[in-house]
Design a protein around this ligand. Structure first.
Ligand SMILES: Nc1ncnc2c1ncn2[C@@H]1O[C@H](COP(=O)(O)OP(=O)(O)OP(=O)(O)O)[C@@H](O)[C@H]1O
Ligand SMILES: [Mg+2]
Length: 270
């Protein structure tokens, strides 16, 4: 149990990044949005984006995940085939396909990420169907398997998500995203709306899955405990800019930028 709680370091550093972000900007007004953001994300790496409310975290995540076009800058993604794709030169259809296959997006509010009118099993099967799986037994099998992986009783496979608790809905949303074996998952405050005890359990589950599946993750959170538990590296945002970036432990234990120091000290903690 204690070992499971210890962060595992990647054994080797992969030579090529998965995502290359250069000078990305989208501003709604002065210092509203994000500007000049650059970084590389490597396979299996978890990047946390932290910062106060309104600092531009969600805006950045929307740009990274291809949901909003930037005003400037670009994003390169190295696909499963090893080819680089310039995200915003690609067609809308290509971006949508990525989001349904090699990428995932976990919304803060599970109601935004689930189809509430169809069963839990159908929610899980959807991405597989989008990839061409038509076999009923196979879809059902994946549904049962993934419900188990996210600790939901597989007997609930035919139930509607609205009959689930908030924590279960969030776990179902995670299953729905992970079933297609994505390589990169975006998450915006995935534990935001949940009770503290439910949060802790979800975090544990997420952490296990991320390591087990060697997922690259970009996770937005204003909760530094979440960042500490999940992220290898952090980017600290303030007023649309990244003010500091580095290894999670370094930033949380020895922040360099005055704003990071303020953020890490109890001052801004709820
Ligand atoms: N569609 C929009 N139109 C105009 N302004 C926007 C829009 N989306 C975001 N903003 C503004 O841009 C700034 C950054 O917003 P964003 O949602 O990215 O912040 P955030 O860091 O995610 O905050 P929170 O922690 O509260 O979720 C805020 O001032 C917000 O009001
Ligand atoms: Mg936000």
């Amino acid at each position: 149990m204690i070992q499971a709680l210890m962060k595992q370091q990647p054994v080797s550093v992969p030579a090529e990044p998965l995502l290359q972000v250069r000078d990305l900007s989208l501003l709604y007004g002065p210092e509203k949005g994000c500007q000049g953001v650059s970084f590389d994300l490597y396979p299996g790496e978890v990047l946390g984006i932290v910062g106060e409310s309104g600092s531009g975290k969600s805006t950045l995540l929307s740009l990274l995940s291809g949901r909003l076009p930037p005003q400037a800058g670009n994003i390169g993604y190295r696909g499963k085939d090893g080819e680089w794709l310039d995200l915003y030169s690609a067609s809308e259809a290509e971006r949508r396909t990525l989001l349904r296959t090699e990428w995932g997006f976990v919304e803060q509010n599970p109601r935004d990420g689930l189809r509430m009118g169809v069963s839990a099993g159908a929610n899980i099967g959807e991405r597989l169907m989008a990839q061409g799986v038509r076999n009923y037994e196979q879809l059902r099998g994946a549904g049962i398997d993934w419900l188990g992986q996210v600790e939901i009783d597989p007997q609930r496979i035919d139930d509607l998500p609205r009959t689930f608790s908030g924590g279960m809905q969030q776990r179902l949303q995670i299953a729905r995203n992970l079933v297609s074996s994505p390589r990169l998952v975006f998450m915006d405050e995935p534990t935001g709306g949940l009770d503290v005890s439910v949060q802790a359990r979800l975090l544990d589950l997420l952490r296990g899955l991320v390591r087990e599946l060697d997922l690259a993750v970009v996770i937005v959170t204003h909760d530094l405990a979440v960042a500490r538990l999940l992220a290898d590296r952090l980017m600290v945002m303030r007023r649309s800019r990244v003010v500091e970036t580095g290894l999670t432990d370094q930033i949380l234990d020895d922040p360099q930028h005055p704003y990071s120091q303020l953020l890490v000290s109890s001052v801004l903690q709820p």
